[in-house]
Design a protein around this ligand. Structure first.
Ligand code: AP5
Length: 210
């Protein structure tokens, strides 16, 4: 299955992607993870991307599009993939469409996880990640187990200020791509408020996997 997950920061895209890959056995392509890895490794891409990310801005299309197009050409994407955090702008959506057409494949669905802005800041500022297993936790909604709690880390863009900037970018640049997919009959809207397990159920139902 070839899927895109769209939603505001903290909507639960990463949380739900983890459940979908368990079920679908396809790679999880998160541009946020790819960019954070580039920053960590200190590559040229990472150095260029870091400032945009810390401030809650978008990394420019000329940097992001090539890494996704190249990743999609790798053998493990032949049977499907879950794109998380890409596309985020209209040029990215168009570049993806072109890459898929060239590869003679098509998207199966675009899942939009909908969460109101007022819930987002609490989710983002409470997020923690285990650097060893990469499991995502939340200080209140999904606290890490005692043996993991001491090593969890907070993302540098998970401050309230950067979160508000990310939300603004989402509404200004990413939400406008939703009608592009709606017009193609690919859109599946999922209510992202509630217990994460219920949202997994809703997502599976929306995709005909339940
Ligand atoms: P990215 O890493 O993609 O960040 P994002 O889209 O802002 O999304 P998040 O990872 O913050 O949230 P999520 O929806 O995955 O939520 P999660 O499951 O973790 O991008 C980071 C940055 O990289 C961008 O700002 C940009 O600078 C750059 N970038 C990336 N892609 C780009 C692109 N294509 N173009 C340009 N720039 C790009 O959940 C959040 C928290 O809530 C967790 O703690 C979780 O435990 C908790 N939670 C999850 N579900 C629930 C629930 N149902 N109830 C309560 N808590 C929940």
């Amino acid at each position: 299955m070839r899927l895109i997950l769209v939603g505001p920061p903290g909507a639960g895209k990463g949380t739900q992607a983890a459940k979908l890959i368990e079920r679908l056995h396809v790679p999880h392509l998160s541009t946020g993870d790819m960019l954070r890895e580039a920053v960590k490794q200190g590559t040229e891409l990472g150095r260029k991307a870091e400032g945009f990310m810390k401030a809650g801005g978008l990394v420019t299309d000329d940097l992001v599009i090539p890494i996704v197009v190249e990743r999609l050409q790798q053998a493990d994407c032949a049977q499907g993939f879950i794109l998380d955090g890409f596309p985020r702008t209209r040029p990215q959506a168009e570049a993806l469409a072109q890459a898929l057409t060239s590869a003679n494949v098509a998207l199966d669905a675009v899942v939009v996880i909908e969460v109101p802005d007022e819930l987002i800041v609490e989710r983002i500022t409470g997020r923690r990640q285990d650097p060893v297993t990469h499991t995502i936790y939340h200080t209140k909604f999904n606290p890490p187990p005692a043996d993991v709690a001491a090593r969890v880390v907070q993302r540098s863009d998970d401050t309230e200020e950067a979160c508000r900037a990310r939300l603004k970018k989402y509404h200004g640049e990413t939400a406008p791509i939703i009608p592009f997919y709606d017009a193609q009959g690919l859109l599946r809207r999922v209510d992202g408020v509630g217990d994460p397990q219920d949202i997994t159920q809703r997502t599976f139902q929306a995709l005909g996997l339940a």
